[in-house]
Design a protein around this ligand. Structure first.
Ligand code: HEC
Length: 218
């Protein structure tokens, strides 16, 4: 072990032992214990299967009003977008210029609720009550022709709305893990290392440059 590695190991050991010592101390006199209400206010995630969705419900027609009031100025009256992302329309993901909408892209309807609930409206995230978020979610799903005009979203009905692109996501990363260990002695000189292949060359990661260039008329 080089002397600098030894030093690092000692510093790391020192850090761990002081962290352990701190954990044993009753209090540093800093901050305050979070109350159950504070924890509940942060614990807002809703899973695709519906776990975590709050009480409340909202219809497509209530959602129309709430959407026009809170969202249309950026995303368009019908979700057609403009300066801000498009949410609905005839989007298709096939082709060189995929059109991303909630209907063409999003894998789970509950995730739409979750995203609107935590991140929108953009200037005042998480400011809408669950009823309005349910209603706006219902309205956007309706604009994407995924639910009827009489749909009412709540914690039971929403997870049942299946999204067309659910199967379009790859949940398992097909790229191989690299297995390597640090060389500690008699290491190969860096200059002798040659790159034999790349992720792009092995076709395990999409190209980020190139293909579209060939579409540009010459
Ligand atoms: C001031 C403009 C503004 C307002 C108002 C607004 N948004 Fe957004 N919205 C944005 C921007 C900007 C993004 C992109 C944010 C990002 O990518 O991080 C976005 C992204 C989204 C997305 C994700 C789109 C996608 O497919 O990536 C959804 C869904 C959405 N907004 C819904 C809403 C809803 C519902 C409301 C009303 C409750 C709302 N937004 C209000 C500006 C706005």
């Amino acid at each position: 072990m080089s002397s600098s590695r030894k030093l690092l190991a000692l510093v790391a050991a020192g850090l761990f032992s002081s962290a352990a010592a701190h954990a044993a101390e009753p209090s540093l006199g800093l901050g305050q214990t979070a109350t159950p209400e504070q924890i509940a206010a942060w614990n807002i995630d809703a899973r695709p299967d519906g776990v975590g969705l709050p009480e409340g419900k909202g219809s497509v027609s209530d959602g129309d009003d709430a959407y026009q009031e809170n969202c249309a100025m950026c995303h368009g009256t019908f979700g057609e977008g403009g300066k801000y992302p498009r949410l609905a329309g005839e989007g298709k993901l096939t082709g060189d210029r995929p059109e991303q909408t909630v209907g063409s892209f999003w894998p789970y309807s509950v995730t739409l609720f979750d995203f609107i609930n935590r991140a929108m409206p953009y200037p005042a995230p998480h400011s809408l009550p669950p009823e309005k978020v349910y209603a706006i979610t219902a309205y956007i799903l309706n604009q994407n022709n995924l639910v009827g005009d009489d749909f009412v979203a709540d914690k039971n009905s929403l997870p049942k709305v299946k999204m067309p692109n659910e199967g379009g996501f790859i949940w398992k990363d097909p790229r191989p893990d690299t297995h390597d260990s640090d060389c500690m002695k008699n290491c190969r000189p860096v200059a002798s290392v040659k790159i034999s292949t790349t992720a792009e060359g092995s076709r395990v990661t999409p190209r980020t440059t190139g293909p579209l260039d060939t579409d540009i008329p010459q």
